[in-house]
Design a protein around this ligand. Structure first.
Ligand SMILES: C[S@@+](CC[C@H](N)C(=O)[O-])C[C@H]1O[C@@H](n2cnc3c(N)ncnc32)[C@H](O)[C@@H]1O
Length: 317
């Protein structure tokens, strides 16, 4: 499996062309390439391989009856005798693996399609943007070290408004400081703080906050880490912060083909089952889940390479 992953490393990364200086202080791409591979190998040896070795035993223990759905009870817990802790909980007890995992995640999509490659950001998002003080253009929920927001801001410098990246406080603390990008500690299972100030609130009356909720909420490679019930909690908090007819939600995830799914999609599907008791989803499964969260899909923008993540655009139903 690890060979498959390495084969599937983005071509830019294999060629040492990625912009990773935000993650590693060294901007030497060749050393980055080796560091990245070293991280994968280390993680594989210390973390992923034990989880995969436990998978057959775990599935046998469930009598192969159904796919795992409890993120605190799948193969990785069996491997580390950590039943009751989810992946993040297990990683937090292993700081070296956690650091490696964070670095791997922050570089994972290097070379994959970005939102601005798939969606006409410049044409659609500024139109009708509430340009009053404090207005927020883009909130990257579970945005890691902010690479996607940084790349969007660089690619589309004319986009107005604030750009905010939210992640767990421990992740935000390690993120690079980049001008124009605000890092914010936020647990996505709790109320979304970037939402419109109620017209009767003190903030609104004193004109301390005038924003109306973000124009765009963006969530990439987070929902695929969680079973549907947990995803619905995350989506509900985003939904509640969205302004009807104004805010958009962009889900940037693998959209698995209904038939003949790629090796990459199916490998990732196994990874999600083994580590997080969940799965990669088809377009139909995304539509169904978003519908359950009272969000209607208004556009689907598949990845250009047919392999990496596509964009699903949704609005309040
Ligand atoms: C697979 S990474 C994706 C990161 C980023 N969106 C990207 O595409 O590069 C999943 C992210 O979810 C974050 N995360 C996990 N649990 C979270 C929570 N409860 N609240 C906010 N972020 C969380 C992790 O710290 C991690 O950065």
């Amino acid at each position: 499996m690890n060979c498959t992953r390495i084969q599937h490393l983005p071509k830019d990364l294999q060629a040492g062309k990625s912009d990773v200086s935000l993650v590693f202080l060294s901007s030497d791409c060749v050393s980055f390439r080796f560091l990245f591979l070293a991280y994968i190998c280390l993680l594989s040896a210390e973390f992923l391989n034990p989880a995969y070795q436990a998978l057959p035993g775990f599935l046998a223990s469930t009598k192969y009856k159904s796919s795992p759905t409890d993120p605190a009870d799948t193969a990785v817990q069996m491997a580390f005798e950590s039943k009751g802790k989810d992946l993040i909980g297990i990683l937090m007890e292993r700081p070296d693996s956690a650091r490696g995992f964070g670095t791997l995640m922050s570089t994972w999509g290097e070379g994959h399609s970005l939102i601005q490659d798939l969606y006409p950001v410049n044409e659609r998002l500024p139109k009708g943007f509430d340009d009053s003080r404090d207005s927020v253009m883009f909130v990257d929920v579970g945005g890691g070290y902010g690479q996607k927001a940084i790349a969007l801001k660089r690619a589309c410098p004319q986009l107005p408004g604030r750009f905010i990246v939210q992640d767990l406080p421990g992740t935000v603390a390690n993120a690079p400081k980049v001008e124009g990008i605000e890092m914010m500690g936020h647990d996505f299972f709790t109320e979304q703080p970037i939402k419109g100030a109620s017209p009767l609130s003190i903030d609104a009356l004193l004109q301390l906050k005038t924003y109306t909720g973000a124009r765009a909420y963006y969530i990439r490679q987070c929902l695929h880490n969680w079973p549907t019930e947990k995803c619905l909690t995350i989506l509900k908090h985003i939904h509640d912060a969205m302004k009807p007819g104004y805010s958009k939600l962009f889900v940037h995830e693998l959209i698995v083909a209904e038939r003949g799914a790629s090796i990459w999609s199916t490998t990732q599907d196994f990874n999600m089952m083994t580590l997080c008791a969940t799965m990669e989803r088809t377009e139909g499964q995304w539509r169904e889940m978003l519908g359950q969260a009272n969000l209607k899909v208004v556009g689907v923008y598949p990845s250009k390479d047919g392999e990496s993540e596509g964009i699903i655009e949704a609005e309040k139903a």
